[in-house]
Design a protein around this ligand. Structure first.
Ligand SMILES: Cc1ncc(COP(=O)(O)O)c(C=O)c1O
Length: 459
């Protein structure tokens, strides 16, 4: 008999989590003004808010923490990370930052000016925020297939090359500081981008003299999908695929809290020495000296170790199979989600689940609150709250998809937890017709409002 699949680790330390009653949760979510970010974490049973910085570090990463060199400048930990960035990712220059959005801040402070256009495949919300904050435009050029949740295609996160070429033709080179390719495409459902699409996007950028920035928060998951889905890559290692993917990029921004499996950290990497030097100004001003960038020596060490572990096939297989497992359990109840299951999360199709909630009352957020009330499970809205208001008209933007993202932290929960999640969603699905009331906004920020928004039940 073929042996069943099982995890590539065993557990050495545990952290208790607490169940609660529905009555308690009703009180807590009301106190949190119906914003899932405002809940206390010990009021959450299974926390799928994000896979960012929430994974479990390995024994080797913890041992590297002890070896951290806390010198202000030129620490050996910095050189450990420099070696990893060079050997695993292939970039000669980099600046550490405290997380991914800080890498965006350092880069965009240097290269983005008002009126610029940055085409991309569904910019992540902090990326879009940093672009729009500088009065520039984050132009979405994702393939149309990404918005059809029921469609099963292997690389659903790709850049539409026709849309991209149109953008590059219509805008002067001086007004396009870079093109942003996010791998995997978080906003479209953790969907991967093929090597072919990465290569062709890069070629198109270079034809028009524009640099390609890869947002590589989940580059290793993307490499896993290329290995398992794209012809010609089955026999290559994740590290070989990683090197090729990133060889097409001029710049890489990285939230290391994802595929480098650390609780905090990031960096921006460059091929061009001159750009690296220009960016140092904003690194020193906002992050710290160029060899630590807002991180402790121990963090730099754990990050270097995490880049190595995160690009091992067994680590990735365990992780991505757990996401697929949750998808399979949801399939048993016929629950609609962005198909196929993504790399880091399941994205529930809230519009198809809560068919009776009007879009003006924030469908995906309503589903998120229902799931919390049902079982103390916390997801995150990827819908009209996240989309912010139009910067010119100030009207709410209603994207095609209203998704509830259930992001799975790395090496943290078991498949029994996934069973609880699937059953809780199924319970809501069963009584979906009875849910017709969503939420209204009481207070909001002009950009990235979803983090701090305050809501109340709609009348
Ligand atoms: C694709 C992508 N880019 C950038 C970021 C921002 O990274 P951070 O949260 O470390 O600032 C994230 C975070 O979730 C992300 O998913």
């Amino acid at each position: 008999m073929k042996l069943p699949f099982s995890e590539s680790y065993r557990i050495k330390m545990v952290e208790p989590i607490k169940k609660s009653t529905r009555q308690e949760r009703e009180q807590w979510i009301k106190e949190a003004k119906y914003n899932l970010f405002s809940l206390k974490s010990n009021h959450v049973f299974i926390d799928l808010l994000t896979d960012s910085g929430t994974g479990a570090m390995s024994d080797k990463q913890w041992s590297q923490m002890m070896l951290g060199d806390e010198s202000y400048a030129g620490a050996s930990s910095y050189y450990n990370l420099k070696d990893a960035v060079s050997n695993i990712l292939g970039f000669p220059y980099f600046l550490p930052t405290h997380q991914g959005r800080a890498a965006e801040n350092v880069l965009y402070s240097t290269i983005v000016k008002p009126g610029d256009v940055l085409p991309g495949n569904s910019h992540f919300d902090t990326t879009k925020g940093h672009i729009e904050f500088r009065k520039a435009v984050a132009l979405d050029c994702t393939i149309d297939e990404a918005s059809h949740t029921e469609l099963e295609i292997p690389f659903k996160g790709e850049m539409d090359l026709n849309k991209l070429e149109k953008a590059l033709k219509e805008n002067k080179k001086e007004n396009v500081p870079c093109v942003v390719l996010t791998i995997t495409n978080n906003t479209a459902g953790g969907q991967p981008v093929s090597m072919k699409n990465i290569r062709e996007t890069s070629a198109l950028c270079h034809k028009y003299g524009v640099p390609l920035q890869i947002d590589g928060a989940r580059f290793a998951e993307n490499a896993y999908f290329i290995k398992t889905r794209e012809e010609g890559y089955a026999d290559k290692t994740i590290k070989e695929i990683t090197k090729e993917m990133l060889s097409y990029a001029d710049i890489m921004t990285m939230s290391a809290k994802k595929d480098a499996i650390v609780n905090m950290g990031g960096f921006v990497a460059f091929r061009d020495e001159a750009l690296w030097r220009r960016c140092q100004l904003y690194s020193v001003m906002n992050e710290g000296f160029i060899t630590y960038g807002g991180l402790s020596g121990r963090d730099l060490n754990a990050l270097a170790q995490g880049l190595d572990e995160g690009t091992e096939f067994d680590t990735l297989e365990t992780r991505i199979k757990q996401v697929a497992y949750l998808g399979e359990q949801l399939d048993r109840f016929g629950i609609p989600y962005q198909r196929p299951a993504g790399g880091h999360a399941i994205f529930l199709d809230a519009k198809k689940i809560l068919t009776h909630v009007p879009k003006e009352q924030f469908i995906a957020q309503t589903l998120g609150i229902e799931l919390y009330l049902e079982a103390g499970i916390r997801g995150v809205e990827i819908g009209s709250l996240l989309a912010d208001r139009d910067p010119i008209t100030h009207e709410n933007r209603y994207p095609k998809l209203e998704l509830l993202r259930l992001a799975i932290p790395r090496r943290t929960y078991t498949n029994n937890h996934m069973d609880v999640v699937a059953t809780a969603v199924a319970n809501i699905f069963e009584r979906r017709e009875s849910i017709s009331r969503g939420y209204k906004i009481l207070r909001e920020q002009p950009i990235m409002r979803h983090f701090t928004i305050e809501l109340a039940p709609a009348e």
